[in-house]
Design a protein around this ligand. Structure first.
Ligand code: HEM
Length: 368
């Protein structure tokens, strides 16, 4: 392939990019992908290797732009992570690592599969799956639903960043973000109700191995790559002087690179502003108690943090239930223990408490 002619950086809105990649099949993988779960069940390394070789060779000439490159990363991701799960270093496959690096350069994303390729860009009509288990199908569907619901939430919070506490547009923007998190929390609950820790930890999690690409360890698709990261950045990240800041900045450094370019840009834009929640609380303190516009904003802000907690608290429980049946020291697919989840939950709870006090002082924000 003449990679010089492949254009990086196609600036599509996230929704259109995800849809276009989901609809794209440059490796003609839809034809062979239904065989993948059976190969995995049989731990058929020769069959998996042949499939991965075939898809690697089809990339030649078929990848033309970021959309086709993204689809190739998705399908190769399924094949190569399957090999890794069965103990084969994917780098022994001629040309595979080089191809991943080239595809990553075209998409301007991490050169492997991500939560975006696994769920949001996994075609609904011909879904790719490691296991074909109904639980995995549900997992992909719910992670997609949750990710799609948060796209407008990210846009709304980005728009809210410069607004003053009494700005009449703020309550609506915050309500939009809350609506996204309501869906996110429901998706998590659906997974929690349906997928037992045993099925997730032993049947599914092994297909999310870390992989070394170009000398760098890259983590598999996982929740830390999802947009709650951006919501935290925009809304409640620790500020300088906060003892939580050092850990949080490290968490961001490790996870932001897994986000698509448009979301990395959104994070950069958000970081040029103070986080909304502590700033708005501070501004509210300068208004007389009972100022209607201020009360409305704080009330919506409080609903949003409540919804965040409605995701985070059960999610921590779910992650802990999974870790409890795994060997000591096991990590999530993003490379973390549940410590990171405790820290994020604690940060969210602390911000929620700050807001509850501010609501009481402002004379609004009903208890729920
Ligand atoms: C059995 C299912 C699940 C388990 C065991 C699990 C476990 C974990 C773990 C251990 C982390 C820490 C980062 C890492 O090492 O990967 C994490 C992060 C995360 N997960 Fe999950 N998770 C599950 C399902 C889900 C679902 C269905 C969603 C979304 C609907 C989700 C969203 C997130 C998010 C957003 C994070 C980043 C931390 C945060 O914002 O609180 N997870 N998960």
């Amino acid at each position: 392939m003449n990679w010089e002619n492949v254009m990086p950086g196609l600036a599509l809105p996230m929704r259109d990019l995800d849809r276009a990649v989901a609809a794209s099949d440059p490796l003609d993988a839809a034809r062979d992908a239904p065989r993948l779960p059976a190969l995995n069940r049989a731990a058929d390394i020769a069959g998996l290797t042949a499939l991965a070789r075939e898809w690697t060779s089809r990339a030649e000439g078929a990848v033309r732009d970021p959309v086709t490159a993204g689809a190739a990363l998705r399908d190769l991701g399924f094949a190569l992570a399957s090999l890794e799960r069965h103990g084969v270093d994917y780098r022994t496959l001629p040309g595979a690592e080089e191809l991943l690096l080239k595809l990553g350069a075209v998409t301007e994303e991490v050169p492997r599969d991500s939560v975006y390729t696994y769920a949001l860009r996994n075609p609904e009509t011909a879904p790719r799956s490691f296991t074909e288990l109904p639980e995995e199908e549900l997992f992909i569907r719910e992670v997609r639903t949750a990710g799609v619901a948060l796209r407008p939430a990210v846009d709304a919070l980005t728009e809210a960043l410069p607004a003053a506490v009494h700005d009449p547009s703020l309550p609506g923007l915050l309500a939009e973000a809350t609506a996204g998190f309501t869906v996110f929390a429901q998706s998590l609950l659906s997974v929690k109700r349906t997928i037992t820790p045993r099925t997730f930890s032993y049947e599914m999690r092994p297909y999310f191995p870390p992989m070394t690409v170009g000398g760098q360890v890259l983590y598999a698709p996982g929740g830390a790559q999802m947009t709650p990261l951006l919501v935290d950045v925009a809304l409640l990240r620790p500020e300088p002087g906060d003892p939580r800041e050092e850990w949080y900045e490290g968490y961001l450094r490790e996870n932001l690179p897994y986000l698509p370019a448009a979301y990395r840009d959104a994070a950069d834009a958000a970081r040029r502003h103070r986080p909304l929640l502590p700033r708005l609380v501070e501004e509210a303190g300068r208004h007389s108690p009972g100022t209607p516009a201020v009360v409305r904003t704080l009330t919506e802000l409080r609903r949003l943090t409540q919804e965040l907690l409605r995701f985070r608290l059960p999610h921590v429980q779910l992650a802990k239930a999974n870790m409890a049946i795994r060997p000591d020291g096991s990590l999530g697919s993003g490379g973390y223990t549940t410590d990171s989840l405790d820290r994020l939950a604690e940060l969210t709870l602390a911000r929620h408490r700050l807001l509850t006090d501010a609501c009481a002082a402002a004379g609004g924000g009903e208890e729920r």
